[in-house]
Write a protein that binds this ligand. Structure first.
Ligand SMILES: Cc1ncc(COP(=O)(O)O)c(C=O)c1O
Length: 444
């Protein structure tokens, strides 16, 4: 594993994190036995613990687990490592993997405020996102979201009935001027209505966003970060596609810009190692990470020990450089697929739709001409034709409004299937347009 030298940090700005933690979350307290598990994990060998409710790993039926990777690397979990891979863990994560992920995050992002930062391992990044939103969300406090946004975020927020303040995007992502205009407008409303409060969090998916495929350029990120500093906003940086950006220069994350300690960053191994491992991690200010840990203690104790141990072994075998090379190979696979779908769209959808070319990830965001609402077209007639796309509504801050966008994923379908799907989509759109014209003629 590469040696890591932690650079001296900028003097930590004193943000009051209790401002971002809602009443319910501020009442969370550590589970005593969970805290004991954490303390005892690295206790001297002679320590005898009768404290924890751990099963005896000698009773587990596993003798060894052999793992063979496609590049020919192999490892075997056995003995003490196998026992640890099958046993309960501290809630923050499997200590060797936690150390590795901290080093990896520093290696990739070099956050300027590192000493005030911590990491927690989660069940995929979705778990970190949901726990963070649930830590911050408050009745009467609106939430800033990029619009359109990843559905998985919207469904976390919706049951709390928050007011979402959607920030529009263009081909470079979130528009800073729109962010300021929204905040100023809201500030004005707050000054005349004391029941209204300023937003505290901003959900952004900055690299190869789901569903638009857009990566926010660095200049814009800096501007967005500065605005968030001005209005004391915590950035929830959901970067599930960070390692799948197709551009030559590696994106600079909000975490890399975070001199004030106002970024909670969500990383995911789902797209670049395997989604079924359910492995992600959150990086951010220590106080917020601790609060997430308390939530995890009460929700599911910790993420899968076996997944964590496997990922730790892959890091151990490959080191950071080879891991990043693997991520680059995966990214390249999707770049080729992106070119295939764009070619199929050029062939079949010209004149019917508009789109911009995704700068990474797995999705293309298609605007349909002369069909104000694509929902029925896709969900009823599309499925009858045995072709399926996600209607744009699924990604809108307000999914009840008619939407003329479609999200197409180019990740799994074969090139032949992609071509056929686009031909069928063109058919669907032409039929829908004709239907709408007939309706209009009858109305006139
Ligand atoms: C933008 C975005 N964030 C987060 C996730 C959740 O990923 P996971 O929980 O598998 O890490 C997804 C999954 O598709 C996603 O598209």
């Amino acid at each position: 594993m590469e040696a890591m030298s932690i650079k001296p940090v900028n003097p930590k700005m004193s943000l009051d994190y209790s401002y971002f933690i809602n009443g319910l979350s501020s009442r969370r307290r550590p589970g005593i036995t969970r805290e004991l598990t954490k303390k005892l994990y690295n206790a001297p060998k002679e320590t005898i613990s009768l404290a924890e409710g751990m099963p005896n790993d000698g009773s587990f039926p596993f003798e060894a687990i052999n793992v063979v990777l496609k590049d020919g690397s192999t490892f075997t979990l056995q003995g003490g490592e196998l026992a640890a891979s099958l046993q309960y863990l501290p809630s923050q994560g499997y200590p060797p993997l936690l150390k590795t992920l901290k080093e990896f995050t520093y290696f990739v992002h070099e956050p300027p405020n590192w000493q005030g930062t911590d990491v927690i391992i989660t069940n995929g990044s979705q778990c970190g996102i949901s726990k963070s939103i649930e830590m911050c969300i408050e009745e009467g406090v609106p939430i800033l979201v990029q619009n359109p946004l990843y559905t998985g975020t919207e469904i976390v927020m919706k049951p709390y009935r928050p007011q979402l303040l959607p920030i529009e995007q263009d081909e470079f992502g979130v528009i800073p001027e729109h962010l300021v205009a929204t905040l100023e407008d809201w500030k004005c409303q707050c000054s005349t209505d004391p029941t209204k409060k300023m937003p505290k969090i901003f959900y952004i998916n900055p690299t190869a966003a789901n569903p638009t495929g857009v990566t926010i350029p660095l200049d814009r990120k800096k501007e967005i970060y500065r605005i968030c500093c001005d209005y004391n906003i915590l950035i929830l940086e959901d970067d599930a596609y960070y390692f799948m950006d197709f551009q030559d220069a590696k994106p600079v994350s909000f975490l890399s810009l975070d001199v004030e300690g106002r970024v909670l960053r969500f990383d995911s191994l789902s797209k670049v190692l395997a989604s079924g491992l359910r492995l992600g991690w959150v990086t951010g200010p220590k106080q917020l990470i601790t609060n997430i840990e308390l939530h995890i203690q009460s929700a599911y104790l910790h993420s899968s020990s076996l997944s964590q141990s496997m990922v730790n072994n892959i890091f151990r075998q490959w080191g950071f450089e080879k891991m990043l090379q693997h991520f680059a190979t995966v990214s390249n696979f999707y770049r080729v697929r992106r070119d295939i779908i764009i070619a199929a769209m050029e062939k079949h959808l010209k004149g019917l739709c508009d789109w911009s070319i995704p700068s990474g990830g797995m999705f293309v965001w298609i605007k349909v001409r002369n069909v104000p609402d694509v929902y029925e077209m896709l969900m009823t007639r599309g499925l009858k034709k045995h072709v399926c796309f996600a209607p744009g509504q699924a990604f809108m801050a307000d999914p009840t409004v008619a939407c003329n966008y479609i999200r197409a994923a180019y990740s799994r379908a074969s090139p032949k299937q992609i071509d056929k799907a686009m031909r069928l989509l063109a058919e669907l759109i032409r039929e829908e347009q004709a239907l709408l014209r007939r309706k209009l003629d009858n109305f006139i």
